[in-house]
Design a protein around this ligand. Sequence first.
Ligand SMILES: Nc1ncnc2c1ncn2[C@@H]1O[C@H](COP(=O)(O)OP(=O)(O)OP(=O)(O)O)[C@@H](O)[C@H]1O
Length: 609
Amino acid sequence: MIKFLLPSQLVADRPDTPGASPYAGALNDAFRAAYPLVKSAAWLSLPISLFGLLPSIFLLQVYDRVLSRSGVSTLAALVCGILFFLCIEFWLRTRRSRLLRNAGATVDHGVSSALLHSMLGRPLRALEARPASAWQLFFRDVGAVRGTVTGGLAQSIFDLPMAIFALVVIGIVALPVLPVVAAFLAIMSFLAWWWADEVRAGRVEEVQRGRGLDRITSEICHARETLKAQSNDGPTIDVWQQTYNAWLSESFGKNGQIETARDGTTVLLTVFSVIVVTVGAVSVMQQWMTVGGLVASNMLALKALQPVAGLVSNWRALATAKEAAKRLETVLGEPVEKAPTGMALPQPLGRVTLKDVSFSFTEDAPQPVLENVDLDIGPGGLHVIVGRNGAGKSTLVKLLSGLYTPTHGVVSIGEYDLSQFGREELSRWISYLSQEVYWFGGPLVDTMRRGAPGQSDEQIVAACKLSGAHDFISRLPDGYRTVVGEGGTGFSVGERRKLALAMSFLRKPSVLVLDEPSNDLDFQSERNLLATMLAVAKVRTVVVVTHSLRIVSAATAVYHVTGQGNVEIGSAAVMVPKLFGVKKPLVALGDADEGGGNAGVSAASRSMA
Ligand SMILES: Nc1ncnc2c1ncn2[C@@H]1O[C@H](COP(=O)(O)OP(=O)(O)OP(=O)(O)O)[C@@H](O)[C@H]1O
């Protein structure tokens, strides 16, 4: 029965489709893992339903045997008996609730974990296509699906056998009332089914509006500081208000229907009770049944109807869960990146080549961001990528980091085509530091270790010295154990960038790709960073996107992304005058200790070797 009512994505076995996402069947897998628990809970429901009949039988005995014969000792025995069975019923109910809770946790754990892996395992382009708030809502959907196994709906379904047992007992003790109860049961079942359809109609619209509201609320929360600083929250509040009003009117109408259904059920139950008592009273007067039979049948009739009434009030939760399951099935079925090859290949030297590479964000883009680009970068050296805003620099470095897949052509590291590797393997060889850095909250050193597991304290300190982070960390009262706030609050933007740089150094990749690393750095820090990059470039390939004349001047090679799809290549001596309008580069090539303020860079850079 529960399988019939639950979302089909949970209960229906999925055929293994070759090439499908490994997480496509996560809902069904999670439910299958939880099913033995659900089944045990269903079995427990049989004795619970039987025990549920005892109070009515107790009443029947009290009216027919105790009151008519003043049987005090019978009453005492009945009370003891009923208390004993109620204790057992209580124990069975707590056991059933625990089983259902565990089943819910199993479903939740299985689906949430698959969702997280699926989110982090998909290509960067796919991640960029969906906002963070949409992902948060998917995680909330998991809760709605879990609710079908643990919530009131499951309880109502499990209590359905009680309806049958109650009908049987009514047939025995109050036969004249049985047709009335059976008729009402049929009416209530029909109403439950009919309301289910009513509830479902228009739900999609309401849910979509609700999700739209959640999304805009989440964005406003993220942008709260910007809105405050710019003091332009008026128009934003207007947009939020409009979205809110649209959702409210939709939800108001839907809630109205649901409340009518619920109120109608309550009134119907009362009407039903009145009819049962009336029919019962007539039957007692005609001596077709006893007074005890009348009282007991009244109670039993409500027991028979309660699970069906419970289903009516839980349709909304079921409709929500079914839509949530549908959304989760779609998102979990979306493709993820390749699994690791599992081959322990020797670390390549750090030569990256692009062969006839083209890339467009969309199929119908008027012009590709990059078109038929050939590049040969490294091994070793400081390779600087320049170009105007929006020319395609970040796109280029994402391609050569394996984060984007070329629309056409091949990107390789050493002799290996990047497309054969999973992200986890590639990130050991090519470390990419993006323009915007997010720093996780918690003790500083723990976050660093999580990003580069197995690193010793000495290695962490060496990486921080290399990035320039050691200076400000060692001045903090708690040093490397300082607890950082969410997103890195407590540190300046420049300090966060230095921390992120340290993480990149810690991974000891063959190729270090840094997207505008000198953004937010002060003059001296930029000089120190340049010295560090030049030192690291002696043992690794360093690729840097920058607008800094100082860094471009020190480059082994300069790659100018023109914005017309092609890339011009030249030495700093040639490219600096051409691109920056100055006569010659600022510093001599290979001047690793330029600025002189970064003592220990050479020593620390050896730790990268
Ligand atoms: N996720 C995306 N979807 C669609 N178009 C994008 C996306 N990211 C970037 N673009 C577009 O691709 C082009 C290149 O963007 P890219 O980020 O590579 O530029 P950039 O040279 O790094 O610019 P900047 O110096 O401002 O960082 C731009 O026109 C940009 O609008």
